[in-house]
Design a protein around this ligand. Sequence first.
Ligand code: SF4
Ligand code: SF4
Length: 384
Amino acid sequence: MVNVRLPIVVHAAEPAVEKLATADLEARSEMTATERAAARLAGARDGVLRAGPELIHIDVTNACNLDCTPCWNYSPLLDSPRSPRWKRGRLDDAVFHRAMAGATRLGCERVIFSGGGEPFLHPGIYDFLGAAKARGFHVTSITNGTLVDWSRVSAVGVDRLLLNTCGASDETYVAYHPNQPRGAFAALMRNAARVAGRVRINTVQVITRQNYFELVEMIELAHRIGAARVSFKLVSVSQGTERLAPTDVERQELRETLIPRARARAAALKVRANLDTFASQLAGESGAAFPIEEIGCHAGFYYSRIYLDGRVFYCCEHFEVGDLRVAEFDEIWWSAAYERFRAKMRRGEFLPACHRCGKYDLNFSVAKELVRVQNVSDADLQNP
Ligand code: SF4
Ligand code: SF4
């Protein structure tokens, strides 16, 4: 049974963070995983925060060895490239361990390693992955796969890799990853297939004008390499990459022809894919705008992002809600500053960046859950 109390915001004397009463935090850390899941959903429904995040996302490094065409940081099409100083940014050990400790106290269940660059360029990545596993988290890393020691990833016990694939053939792979040679795609897929029985592989297919026509082949590729899931995502364009967004005609082809075919192929091959979310993204007014108003933002009850310098962001868009250099992560999660941002999102006061929401998949899933439980009473929802 969930014993939920309403949050009591204490305006603390110290300036770092306005925090909740300690007794309240302790009560929350005793919840079971099922209770926390119910409490998060109840929070997304009524706006009252009752549990820690399900998932934290840790930025490991801003450095990358690739130049994916739609990348916000490394695309050759960007109007203004990132500075060398920014690209050298790297996660600090102390920030990592502080985030882990706070996430543990909050009853967080999953950790995703990623960043503005490629996590496997950080020399400490295998230590970070191992430390998160040792704390009992479900561990995922986003990666382009080109620098991964596949045996070591499997030995450390990583649960899942979100593999930047973005194509289903050598041609589309090279078009999307211009600094990669012919043959790189086949080698990457061979490596992924080799560990797919021990590490769940999700092929991540960011859909642009360069690869949209391979939607069905992307499903078949996942089947061939033994991937657990295909994560489709409509490209988020800005600052020079706008030409990569599928045109109105291409979006229509996706909606009316390619998605239905991909659905049928996925069903026949028993491949899991988020084609419903992808179809929802395509329902926006243009290829550059996701219909976020229709599903709402629920990320503040489920997710938090830790930047490599210790700043805590509400989501992938760097909306700052705290800083691990001056406060513990659990204090920040329950702080008034975080609450203010949650309330803003609940009021639908979206920011321009929300129309390319990086947590659309999460927000879409929660919105679907909220529809499912719309006739369930608060008491039943919190006492599963
Ligand atoms: S692998 Fe990721 S960080 Fe690197 S260029 Fe591609 S999208 Fe950008
Ligand atoms: S981009 Fe906007 S809508 Fe998406 S998670 Fe962040 S705040 Fe919410």
